[in-house]
Ligand binder design. Structure first.
Ligand code: NDP
Length: 248
């Protein structure tokens, strides 16, 4: 088990799915964990209860990640309640698929504002703190579809590719302040996002996975815990796939 005792973390989109698994895993490693969410308030409360039962601090805040001011407010609140911030996991994301000739402006804007601007909002809220304290971990959840593109997901793939450029740039800008910035690129993972996908699209994706099964949220959480820990001190600017070989 990775040791994250006395570290303070924010996981965006921690009410369900991959974010909830990451929040729990970081807490199991000893970190205090704040999550935010938009809709699943009961689920967010359950995650907080599970984390607190582990003997560490936890809070849930309803905040749309695409709102720049709310990101700053959340970071301020976490610093006040926990006494600092050490780890940022940008995870909150949505998809709203459609082929490019049918994609509406609001589809494009919603996905880019949540998946890409949302990550910028939280990074910009912690960057000054991380720089001044000369430590910090930024972990951005992207997708293998940001690396290769995906039919029907121009908005989503563009947002996820953008996250990779953001991750590498932040690694360069904050590296000399002992801050690492890495991206985790999941393949198909069993969550609501995947359950709501079209059956044929899902079947095709599963057929690509060389290990022959979908990933679980915990598969992503394990890597995030590792990247948050001292074991990953010399890893930055990386994009690491967790996809059962789906990309190869
Ligand atoms: P889910 O739909 O299961 O969960 C998404 C989470 O993000 C929820 O907690 C949701 O909160 C939160 N969220 C969404 N929009 C906002 C917003 N505007 N403000 C705040 N919170 C928000 O998705 P997954 O767990 O599957 O996905 C998590 C991440 O992993 C995403 O970035 C996704 O793109 C990525 N990913 C997922 C893959 C998969 O196969 N599942 C594959 C590759 C990448 P609430 O519902 O409470 O609003």
């Amino acid at each position: 088990m990775m040791n994250l005792k006395n570290r303070n973390a924010i996981v965006t989109g921690g009410s369900i799915g991959i974010g909830a698994a990451i929040a729990l895993k970081l807490a199991q490693c000893g970190a205090n964990v704040a999550i935010n969410f938009r809709k699943h308030s009961d689920e967010a409360d359950k995650v907080v209860e599970q984390i607190q039962a582990l003997g560490v601090k936890s809070i849930a805040i309803q905040a749309d990640v695409s709102n720049h001011k709310d990101a700053k407010k959340m970071v301020d609140k976490v610093v006040k309640e926990f006494g600092g911030i050490d780890i940022l996991v940008n995870n909150a994301g949505i998809n709203w698929d459609g082929v490019i000739w049918k994609m509406q402006e609001e589809q494009w804007d919603a996905v880019i504002n949540t998946n890409l601007k949302g990550y910028f909002n939280y990074i910009s809220a912690v960057a000054g703190i991380f720089r001044d304290q000369k430590s910090g971990r930024i972990i951005n959840i992207t997708s293998i579809n940001g690396l290769r593109g995906k039919f029907g997901q121009a908005n989503y793939s563009a947002s996820k590719a953008g996250i990779i450029g953001l991750t590498k740039t932040i690694a360069k800008e904050l590296g000399k302040y002992n801050v690492t910035s890495n991206a985790v690129a999941p393949g198909l993972i069993e969550t609501d996002m995947m359950r709501n996908a079209d059956e044929i699209v899902k079947e095709k994706a599963i057929a690509e996975i060389v290990l022959g099964k979908m990933g679980q949220p915990e598969d992503i959480a394990n890597l995030v815990a590792f990247l948050s820990s001292d074991l990953a001190n010399h890893i930055t600017g990386e994009v690491i796939k967790v996809d059962g070989g789906q990309y190869i």
